[in-house]
Design a protein around this ligand. Structure first.
Ligand code: GRF
Length: 194
């Protein structure tokens, strides 16, 4: 059976991208292959991770994501079946949502719909959660549709917060959830179990 080829879109550190690649190489479902890393920044550390792991990567500057012909060609040339957003900070254009209906998933480091929307990414999320005195945070994995962060929720996991937790402590707790769940949920969606 032909492996499902996934492209991982990431803009920064890429710890989730590495975790996903390792998962499908080592333990995940045999018919999923991380085939490409797409990044909008030439100096992002995720590119070093991809090179070290032997996964091809391509840099598409933010302004070029509007170029439907360019992006579609990259994905077609790499025979991509499914797109995973793992810390990707460029809005997904509608043409891409239409090209991959129900086949683009994103992970957000909060319990959506709380702490979602404009400007809510990375440490900004955890700072807002601490400022609000929340007693818990977590992750949300959702489908990316024309409503972006309001797409159907596939999975959520929670973690308790201590009053003494600073934003970095919240980030560390949330990252643990991401590493524990994101790859498995990706496999389940691709296999039609979610
Ligand atoms: C993660 O916290 C993820 O939830 C968010 O962006 C961050 C990416 O971190 N979307 P990394 O680049 O995978 O280390």
């Amino acid at each position: 059976m032909k492996k499902k080829r996934i492209a991982i879109f990431a803009s920064g550190n890429g710890s989730n991208a590495e975790n996903i690649i390792r998962y499908f190489r080592e333990a995940g479902s045999p018919d999923v292959e991380p085939a490409l890393v797409v990044c909008n920044k030439a100096d992002a550390y995720v590119l070093e991770r991809a090179a070290r792991l032997g996964v091809p990567s391509v840099v598409v500057p933010r302004k070029d994501f509007k170029n439907e012909e360019l992006v579609t060609k990259i994905l077609r040339d790499n025979e991509i079946d499914f797109i995973v957003l793992a810390g990707f900070l460029v809005m997904i254009p509608e043409y891409l949502v239409n090209l991959y209906p129900g086949k683009i998933v994103n992970i957000h480091p909060s319990l959506l719909p709380k702490y979602g929307g404009k400007g809510m990414y990375g440490s900004h999320v955890h700072e807002a959660v601490v400022a609000a005195g929340e007693k818990e945070s977590g992750i949300t994995i959702h489908v990316v549709d024309e409503h972006y962060a309001r797409g159907p929720i596939l999975f959520q996991a929670k973690v308790a917060l201590l009053p003494s937790d600073a934003p970095d402590d919240v980030a560390a707790k949330v990252h643990e959830l991401e590493y524990a769940h994101f790859p498995r949920v990706i496999g389940e969606v691709i296999e039609g179990k979610l």
